[in-house]
Design a protein around this ligand. Structure first.
Ligand SMILES: Cc1cc2nc3c(=O)[nH]c(=O)nc-3n(C[C@H](O)[C@H](O)[C@H](O)COP(=O)(O)O)c2cc1C
Ligand SMILES: [Mn+2]
Length: 468
């Protein structure tokens, strides 16, 4: 799979994509169709007839585990936890991208330069009623380069359409683009950036994943595909651009210039902040795009939508990967529920091998790069319980968890989007670690009740006689 069109073709062939030919308004109608469709775990949607536009919009690409598996090149009956395991395995052998001839790069088929740049030429949706405007970048990612080391980063950070040649940025503190922007600020230079809409969907999943600093998401994408991602040079920025991208925005972010941005109906189910905030923005100098470009959007808002599934994969897989890298023995499986956007809550199943082992796993989870940011509750269960089996997790919390002994509250880095904290003080969160295992060191463990096997046989034989 090298681009969005391959993904559309695969999904269409498997009956996992629906073309909507009726006219649909980009203003709320399109997003509401997508949201209601996603609540029902429906197909990917290709809107062929957006009011006032000729080119299509795709939504709901990542809504089901089946389609996430297709993007990852994994068996379609995989569970989310299977995908975490596959992610960790595939990511092991990074392959750097390779340059191809510009003449052969579809992303260069059309160009708008300078004053001709007009982002209103694309069918950008308005998602929710109180959103500050249309959001150009949802299922997109922003490419930046570290001025010191040359490390190329791909990160998904939302972008509001602020003017025909301006899109907002929301690089939350400590995100890779934010770290780089601060370096450009010191150098007194604007940061060159490119925003990519529509491409091989694995690039978007990686843009949304917490790949460690100094590692390029391009190299990890190469690992997933088993071959180098094809790139070309930008027209005005010296950044590698996916050759098969649908729409490429090139421009500059000046760390000292701001425009009012937001609010936006976030994945927490609440609008971000209280109103607009001054934010940096991309001053767009050039746009290149394919013929009839497919505009890709992802629905945010109340769980569970497309973006929650995206994060349940990209964040959950990262947590699993980073725990595995710590080489802790006995880890069986991790599950980061889509209801918590894959990042507020994690459940870990493990085989205990020594006293304090469960405590180690709990503190390890919040010490990973992934878990150190915003993870609020970690539950560890014994290996007889699958972490995605929520009724069994409730059982463990009822019969194995002991508040006097097995919960610890820590503090750490929060996300400014967490609605459980007052809007003014969202820097620091509490973290709850819950040990729902039976302590390894107990000499007298509770004796589990097993049915008598002979009696079970006898009762089964008499089942119909008993009137069942
Ligand atoms: C749909 C979507 C929208 C996102 N919006 C933002 C955002 O506006 N700002 C932000 O800092 N992170 C946002 N994220 C999370 C980042 O993509 C994620 O933290 C990623 O790790 C950032 O890349 P980096 O690790 O290279 O900085 C969003 C994720 C998704 C899936
Ligand atoms: Mn990164």
């Amino acid at each position: 799979m090298k681009d969005m069109r391959d993904f559309v073709a695969v999904c269409e062939e498997k009956g996992l994509l629906k073309r909507i030919t009726a006219e649909v308004d980009w203003n709320l109608e399109l997003s509401h169709i997508a949201k209601l469709n996603e609540e029902a775990q429906g197909p990917a949607l290709l809107f062929d007839n957006v009011k006032g536009y000729k080119s299509p919009v795709i939504t709901s690409a990542c809504t089901t585990v089946e389609r996430l598996a297709i993007i990852m090149g994994m068996p379609e009956d995989s569970t989310l936890t299977d995908l975490y395991v596959g992610w960790e395995e595939k990511a092991k052998k990074p392959i750097p991208p390779t340059y191809v001839d510009k003449a052969k790069a579809p992303c260069k088929q059309n160009i708008m330069m300078g004053d001709d740049v007009d982002l209103y030429k694309f069918p950008v949706p308005q998602y929710y009623p109180l959103d500050g405007g249309r959001f150009y970048g949802t299922a997109h990612f922003i490419i930046t380069k570290d001025p010191d080391s040359g490390w190329v980063n791909l990160g998904t950070y939302r972008s509001q359409l602020l003017a025909k040649d301006k899109i907002g940025t929301q690089f939350i503190k400590g995100k890779h683009a934010d770290i780089m922007l601060k370096k450009y600020q010191k150098l007194k230079q604007p940061m060159p950036v490119a925003s990519i809409v529509g491409c091989d969907p694995i690039l978007f999943l990686l843009g949304a994943a917490r790949v460690g600093a100094f590692t390029s998401e391009y190299d990890v994408a190469g690992a997933f595909r088993g071959q180098a991602i094809e790139i070309v040079k930008g027209e005005v920025v010296d950044l590698p651009i996916p050759a098969h991208a649908e729409i490429v925005v090139e421009g500059f972010v000046d760390a000292e210039k701001f425009m009012e941005e937001g609010p936006f109906g976030e994945y927490t189910g609440y609008y971000s902040g209280v109103g607009t905030d001054p934010r940096n923005f991309i001053d767009v100098k050039c746009v290149t795009y394919r013929d009839n470009p497919i505009f890709w959007g992802t629905t945010v808002g109340r769980a569970v939508t497309d973006s929650h599934m995206t994060m349940a994969l990209s964040y959950g897989a990262t947590l699993w990967q980073q725990l595995k890298e710590m080489r802790i023995p006995g880890l069986k499986a991790v599950y980061c529920p889509p209801e918590g956007a894959g990042r507020f809550l994690a459940i870990i199943s493990m085989t205990q091998m020594y006293p304090g082992h469960a405590d180690q796993v709990l503190t390890a989870a919040i010490s990973t790069e992934m878990g150190a940011y915003g993870l609020k509750t970690v539950i560890v269960v014994d290996d007889d319980i699958d972490p995605w089996d929520i009724p069994r997790v409730m059982y463990a919390l009822s019969f194995r968890f002991q508040p006097n002994r097995s919960q610890v509250i820590k503090r750490g880095r929060s996300t400014p989007l967490d609605p459980s904290l007052p809007i003014e003080t969202r820097d620091i969160t509490g973290r709850l670690l819950m040990d729902a295992t039976i302590p390894y060191e107990w000499k007298n463990k509770p004796i589990p009740i097993e049915l008598d096997p002979d009696m079970v046989e006898r009762v089964k034989e008499r089942w119909s006689e008993l009137g069942f």
